[in-house]
Design a protein around this ligand. Structure first.
Ligand code: PEP
Ligand code: MG
Length: 594
């Protein structure tokens, strides 16, 4: 019996974080965590030795990170930026001083002292309500592992040393691992751990490497050299497929590539329906480095700049100048014709250590976003001044998050007016007619949409939060994701109410929640006559293609039809069948298989 006959076929389901299909040989990356052992230093004379070991491990870790940075060079994207973030964490004063304090006070070895420091940080991160920010503990853990490896003398296996074309299989990958994939022909990767919002997922997408994470047991199912299929579109990994399965996936891959190529080819055409309804298609970005990819995928503006990322991974608040230079880069970005800058959606002292606010029981409904800004007016003004200054350099809009009623708009507008006046009287150039919009993401704002529309220049619907609050579904709790349904009849009724209210007041209504980039929802959104859709850059070509091949008339008929259904399931089934029939070339392969 040949070796291959003994191999078991296995199909694993995970989370597809970067689309595409690859078939290749597995490379098992050994990133087993180094375990910390406790040694009590009863003799105090050992303390200086431990501190010295710790400092040496810090130096060596920094050296390694600088080497990786050198290897990936000055390529665009968030890769080099992430390495800088790791170096910042490594040099973070609290990380260093707390670990040294732990060695001195608890008389423990450097490894254990570092473990204590990270455990303290973990508690703070665990309390964060935002999935993205909560995931950032992984950056700290990654840096911690690198220091531990240096303390233990074990080398950190480098992706850039891997030979040949392989699919990487690992328990987890750090973004530093992922960025190195750019320098080698890594076909794809599959990991036991990870989620949709991890940096690793973001980097994989920007490098366009098919990837599936959260597979739980891929490392135990796969041995080095096994043949493996990674379907990053469907979130599936097949281990040791038989020839029949390989053939099916080769066909799927060809189909997928042809479809993507076709879509990308036309990504720069305007998003105008057959009956001449024009939709402003923008990109949602978190970092300025994403702009080239946004433009490449067909965005001509930034529909949502999530500025809160300027505040994380740092101890001091960003200065007005930092904000300004950053926003100016966005509004002046090559190919960017307009940019909507959202004022920060931070939840107080969760990321900004000196904001002096108490921890909250239920931070999602707590002092976040506009509520926080209206309490911390000086902090808010710093950001507003910077946005207004940047508005002199490009078509800029201000977007206020989490508006729940009129008073917040009036208060925010008053502050914006004050800042404007200060800048104008100081002779600083600004766009005095800058458009001010609000996120519609709290159900009370939907109910009041008609009145709120009188006081703002545009609406942008944040379905991520709106669905969470309206359907009472925690958007990051995987146990209730099955209830998180954008095509829920209640959601569609809310959307219709908002669009109609906005249009009656003659203001534009856009959407920037994930729903805007979901191909399944596009005909419904066209039927609603939304004026703009903003989404993650990779989603743009497909959404634009659907728009270009639709009419508002047929979309409105589809909307009318599904509005008569009582459950999200009926609506989803109906729309999916409609899409497969009407736009087979725009449907993700996974739908057609399902
Ligand atoms: C939303 O809530 O839909 C949104 C776009 O904002 P965020 O995801 O940043 O909360
Ligand atoms: Mg939101």
């Amino acid at each position: 019996m040949g070796e291959s006959d003994l191999k078991m076929i296995a199909a694993l389901k995970g989370i597809g974080v970067s689309p595409g299909i690859v078939i290749g040989r597995a490379y098992a990356l050994d990133h087993q965590d180094v375990k910390e052992t406790l040694y009590k230093l009863d003799d105090g004379s050992f303390i200086p030795r431990e501190i010295k070991r710790f400092r040496k491990a810090l130096r060596n870790s920094k050296k390694e990170l600088l080497e990786i940075k050198k290897e990936i060079g000055d390529r665009k994207g968030i890769g080099p930026l992430l390495i800088d973030v790791y170096i910042m964490i490594l040099e973070d004063k609290t990380l260093v001083s707390n670990t040294i304090k732990n060695i001195e006070e608890h008389r423990v070895n450097a490894e254990w002292a570092l473990k204590m420091t990270i455990a303290g940080h973990r508690e703070v991160f665990d309390a964060m309500e935002d999935a993205y920010l909560r995931e950032r503990i992984r950056d700290l853990e990654y840096v911690g592992q690198r220091i531990l490896r240096n303390l233990s003398g074990k080398a950190h296996e480098k992706i850039s040393d891997i030979e040949g074309e392989v699919v990487i299989v690992a328990r987890d990958l750090s973004p530093a691992d992922t960025v190195q994939m750019a320098t080698r022909r890594i076909l794809g990767f599959a990991t036991d751990m990870g989620g949709m919002t991890s940096h690793t997922a973001i980097v994989a997408k920007s490098l366009e490497i098919p990837a599936v994470v959260g597979l739980e047991r891929v490392t135990s199912e796969v041995s080095a050299g096994d043949l493996i299929i990674v379907d990053g579109t469907a979130g599936v990994v097949i281990v040791n497929p038989d020839p029949e399965v390989i053939k099916r996936y080769e066909d799927k891959k060809r189909h997928y590539l042809a479809m993507e190529e076709d879509m990308l080819k036309d990504a720069h055409l305007p998003a105008v329906t057959v009956d001449n309804h024009s939709v402003g298609v923008g990109a949602n970005i978190e970092f300025v480095e994403e702009i080239p990819s946004a433009v490449f995928h067909g965005a001509n503006g930034v529909g949502l700049y999530r500025t809160e990322f300027l505040y994380i991974n740092r101890k001091e608040l960003p200065t007005e100048e930092e904000h300004f230079l950053n926003y100016r880069q966005v509004v002046e970005g090559e190919g960017i014709k307009w940019a909507t800058i959202r004022t920060f959606d931070l939840g107080g002292d969760k990321f900004v250590s000196d904001a002096g606010l108490a921890e909250e029981m239920n931070p999602v409904m707590g002092l976040r976003a506009i509520r926080f800004c209206l309490q911390e007016v000086e902090l808010f003004k710093v950001q507003l001044r910077a946005i207004l200054r940047a508005s002199a350099y490009g078509n800029t809009g201000i977007l206020l998050p989490m508006i729940s009623g009129m008073q917040e708009i009036l208060d925010a507008r008053q502050i914006i007016d004050e800042v404007k006046e200060e800048l104008v009287s100081a002779g600083v150039p600004i766009d005095e007619d800058i458009k001010i919009g609000i996120m519609i993401e709290v159900p009370s704002a939907v109910i009041l949409a008609e009145r709120l529309a009188e006081k703002v220049d545009f609406f942008s619907i944040g379905t991520n939060d709106l669905i969470q609050y309206a359907l009472a579904i925690d958007r990051v709790n995987e146990r209730v994701t099955y209830l998180y349904e954008p095509l829920h009849p209640a959601v569609l009724m809310m959307l219709r109410q908002v669009v109609e209210a906005g249009h009656r007041a003659d203001i534009k209504v856009a959407m920037c929640g994930e729903m805007a980039g979901d191909p399944l929802c596009v005909p419904i959104l066209l039927g609603l006559e939304l004026d703009g859709l903003s989404m993650t850059p990779l989603a743009i070509p497909r959404v634009k293609k659907i728009i270009r091949n639709s009419t508002v008339k047929e979309s409105a008929e589809l909307l009318e039809k599904v509005m008569g259904f009582s459950t999200a399931r009926e609506i989803e089934t109906y729309v999916r069948e409609y899409m497969i029939r009407r736009f087979p070339e725009c449907c993700p392969v996974a739908w057609q298989a399902g």
